[in-house]
Design a protein around this ligand. Structure first.
Ligand code: ADP
Length: 406
């Protein structure tokens, strides 16, 4: 059972090929700068357990169609599969499924049309995801293909948590509500934590902190998302690499009036020039930490604000859940930065959260505990694997045999 996972961006295709019997990566890669003369492919074939064979190419790739063919040709040339026909299925990451898609869904022409309808909600992401789906389906029509949505896991959030306090007829007409994102990561780490704790996920209350370039926090009750910090778009919530997270919406109108900047200019400011980048000039947390340690006051402020925002959400979601079994840290920052983990848990003793400094600062792999002996709440570092989750959901959907989510 071999599953290809594709994550198509506007000018890139990221991919991983899995042998699902062993939950093992056979190959992975990234094709970038599609449509530019400078396109490049970085591909890795995994040989044995820890050995990789790397392959790079720098030929121009005109579009996603050529890109898909190049990726398949690279598999065939480098060995993990000899023919695209060996694929059991292809799983496509789709950012926005709106309220339309609650589960992974087998793709056909109707599903493509329905995903396209959700594009107004995610104009930067869904059209690019669709470009990958359409070429893969055109080139490999006999291979079952599944759309796995970042929003689907959050479809269990109740109305009082997903509704914005705007005129409800306006919300209904324009599909305005909280959708939430990073769903595949939040559910993956929740299941991994449950396995680690030897408890059914249905019996656990979890707060999952996905802290990467994008960042979000989810309250998970019995394996179901009941609230999450990202909203109608990935802009709401935590401070991120370049996104501002929660702000007073008046700032947008005030800026427009004061500066004459267009909607697009301000949208770009909030999405691409804010967050850590806007506060201290770098969106790379390693650099921000280095600057703060060397005495840079803006970097120190950025870290303080970053951790403060997360502590506020942990407090809110503790109230939402009425008690928490475990806090989960994941993604680039959550898995690697003990400084940020410590900052996020600082002063949370009244909520039953106390870290063990030695455990927190010890490097490690796999799921690990970092709370102190007296902490009522477990604090776990859980490496995420969104591609594996997409591959598993793809296989389940294919095995179920009929289109789900309709
Ligand atoms: P995404 O997948 O959203 O692009 P990642 O999950 O890879 O992002 O996370 C990227 C972030 O993780 C960057 O801010 C990077 O600086 C941070 N990061 C990675 N390793 C470390 C580390 N050792 N210490 C602090 N931050 C780290």
């Amino acid at each position: 059972m071999i599953i290809l996972v594709l994550n198509s961006g506007s000018s890139s295709i990221k991919y991983q090929l899995f042998d699902m019997g062993e939950r093992k990566v056979l190959a992975s890669g990234l094709l970038e700068q599609i449509g530019e003369p400078t396109s490049r492919l970085a591909h890795r074939t995994c040989i044995g357990r820890d050995t990789m064979e790397e392959f790079a190419s720098a030929e121009p790739v005109a579009d996603h169609d050529e890109g898909f063919q190049k990726i398949v040709a690279t598999f065939e040339a480098t060995g993990p599969i000899r023919d695209a026909g060996e694929l059991t299925g292809i799983g496509h990451r789709v950012v926005h499924g709106g309220a339309e898609f609650q589960e992974p869904t087998l793709i056909d022409d109707q599903v493509i049309a329905r995903i396209r309808e959700q594009s107004a909600l995610a104009p930067l992401h869904n059209p690019a995801n669709l470009a990958g789906i359409e070429v893969a389906l055109a080139r490999s029509p006999d291979i079952p293909q599944v759309a796995v949505f970042d929003t689907a896991f959050h479809q269990t959030i109740p109305p009082h948590a997903y509704s914005y306090a705007l005129p409800q007829e306006v919300c209904a007409e324009h599909q305005i509500r909280r959708y939430g994102f990073h769903g595949t990561s939040h559910i993956y780490v929740a299941k991994e934590a449950a396995t680690y704790l030897h408890r059914p996920v249905e019996s656990l209350n979890l707060i999952s902190l996905h802290l990467g370039n994008g960042a979000s926090v989810t309250a998970i009750e019995g394996g179901r998302s009941v609230d999450t910090s990202m909203g109608m778009s990935p802009l709401e919530g935590l401070i991120m690499g370049t996104r501002c997270g929660d702000i007073d919406p008046t700032i947008v109108f005030y800026l427009a009036r004061k500066t004459g900047w267009s909607n697009d200019r301000i949208e770009s400011l909030l999405n691409k020039e804010s967050g850590l980048e806007g506060m201290c000039g770098s969106n790379d947390m390693r650099e921000v930490e280095r600057l703060a340690e060397s005495g840079d006051a803006q970097a120190r402020l950025a870290i303080d604000a970053y951790c403060y925002r997360i502590r506020k959400y942990i407090g809110m979601y503790t109230a939402v859940l009425g008690g928490v079994d475990a806090l989960l840290f994941t993604a680039g920052i959550g898995e690697n930065s003990f400084t940020i983990r410590a900052g996020c848990c600082q002063g949370l003793e009244p909520l039953g959260v106390t870290l063990d400094t030695g455990r927190n600062e010890s490097p490690g792999t796999g799921v690990r505990e970092i709370q102190s002996e007296e902490s009522a709440v477990k604090v776990l570092v859980v490496p995420t694997n969104e591609e594996l989750e997409i591959a598993e959901e793809t296989l389940v959907c294919i095995n179920a045999g009929t289109p789900v989510g309709e």
